[in-house]
Design a protein around this ligand. Structure first.
Ligand SMILES: Cc1ncc(COP(=O)(O)O)c(C=O)c1O
Length: 389
């Protein structure tokens, strides 16, 4: 198909749920993607943070090929070698005694699972979530998501969810009570504007949850697997959640999610939750390869180093539209005094793909394998694109 045919056919059938850019991506390698016209871009969207190893990483490709030839389908009603290997690789990298898993297929599913797990283990109903928090768009996860624009058309959602200001311990203190099943937060709010919480906030949430018998769910769907410069962003703050939601980078590009909780909470009972595709050996093999590369190439440490450099470079930018540069590791937000869309468009013209985090924040989520030269090019392009409103 040529570009016109792709646009025409997709437009005819697409759901309408996405505002599409007028570009058809057809190939990717490392931190680069190409469109149907052969134009090359540095990809700081990376599938909304999925492609942590870049596109088509050879180790992931090889693992998927090998597994596809061996066994693609093995329901959780049986044991499987790839799943077992994945559990034993992932557990030592997670904080505390997080070692019971439910494998699924996306971030929203992981959040749904985390919410169910919390109700299951506490017998309580209420959730406390943060304003500007984003946890997905299925009915349960949407109940925890804050943005009224996403929620309103689909109400009534879960009624037992209270949203309080993020990074405000006093506000949490007032609403977490003996009815609360769980508090759910991101360590760095992604979609909500790339806002990291503070050490005191997370320590306080941990204490409040312990005192009142509520569980602490940390949504690491976007921040997990090295993105912020640690394996998991919770580790920046020595935070041990009770339940963690994982997604995006976990499968190195293959759709996957996971709920993981503390061993001390116990196990679900048969039938309490389920997923036909969850834990399929193909995704597990991709995840094993991804973890192997993150470890071998020390990519979390690399994200820490490059992220510090990127934040410093961008903070030096002299632009009338830039209000603040913030982030953690290779999860960077540039808060603007104007709307982000024109700058995203200019960046695309300059050969860099970036994404918004709300209407006035530009977000960069490059693959953790991006070269230093490419990152320098990104800085130059951002400077140029932000030189005018
Ligand atoms: C923090 C967070 N939680 C959950 C989700 C939902 O993940 P998915 O789009 O895979 O359902 C996202 C997606 O952007 C996210 O950033």
């Amino acid at each position: 198909m040529d570009t016109a045919e792709i646009f025409e056919t997709e437009s005819l059938h697409t759901s309408g749920a996405y505002a599409k850019r007028p570009v058809a991506l057809v190939r990717g390698e490392g931190a680069h993607v190409w469109d149907s016209e052969g134009r090359e871009y540095i990809d700081c969207i990376a599938g909304h943070g999925v492609a942590i190893l870049g596109h088509s990483h050879p180790d992931v490709v090889e693992a998927v090929k090998r597994q596809a030839e061996t066994l693609m389908v093995a329901p959780e009603s049986f044991y499987n070698d790839r799943r077992a290997e994945l559990y034993s690789l992932l557990t030592p990298r997670l904080p505390g005694d997080l070692s019971r898993f439910f494998l699924c297929n996306s971030g929203a599913e992981a959040v749904e699972g985390a919410m169910k797990v919390s109700r299951f283990f506490t017998g309580r109903k209420k959730f406390v979530a943060a304003k500007w928090g984003f946890h997905g768009r299925t009915m349960g996860s949407l109940s925890a998501t804050w943005n009224p624009r996403y929620r309103k058309p689909f109400e009534p959602l879960l009624t037992d969810v209270v949203h309080v200001p993020f990074d405000d311990l006093r506000a949490a203190e007032e609403v977490v009570d003996e009815e609360t099943a769980a508090v759910i937060v991101e360590v760095v709010q992604g979609e909500g504007g790339v806002n990291p919480g503070s050490r005191g906030y997370f320590a306080g949430l941990r204490r409040i949850c312990d005192e009142r018998g509520a569980l602490l769910i940390v949504d690491e769907v976007q921040t997990g697997f090295g993105r912020t410069g640690r394996w998991f962003a919770s580790q920046h703050f020595d935070l041990v959640p009770d339940v963690m939601a994982l997604g995006k980078g976990i499968g190195g590009g293959v759709p996957m999610g996971a709920v993981v909780w503390r061993e001390s909470l116990g196990k679900l009972t048969p039938g309490a939750h389920g997923s036909t595709f969850g834990g399929n050996p193909l995704a597990a093999a991709a995840s094993i390869a991804t973890i192997g590369v993150l470890e071998r190439d020390r990519l979390p440490e690399r994200a820490d180093r490059l992220g510090t450099w990127l934040l410093e470079e961008l903070s030096r930018m002299d632009s009338p539209v830039v209000k603040e540069v913030r982030g953690l590791g290779l999860m960077v937000g540039i808060a603007l005094r104007s709307r982000v869309t024109p700058i995203l468009r200019r960046l695309m013209d300059l050969g860099v793909l970036a994404l918004p985090a709300g209407p006035t924040v530009l977000r960069l989520l490059p693959p953790l394998v991006i070269s230093e030269e490419d990152l320098e090019r990104v800085v130059v392009a951002v400077r140029k694109a932000a030189a005018e409103p």
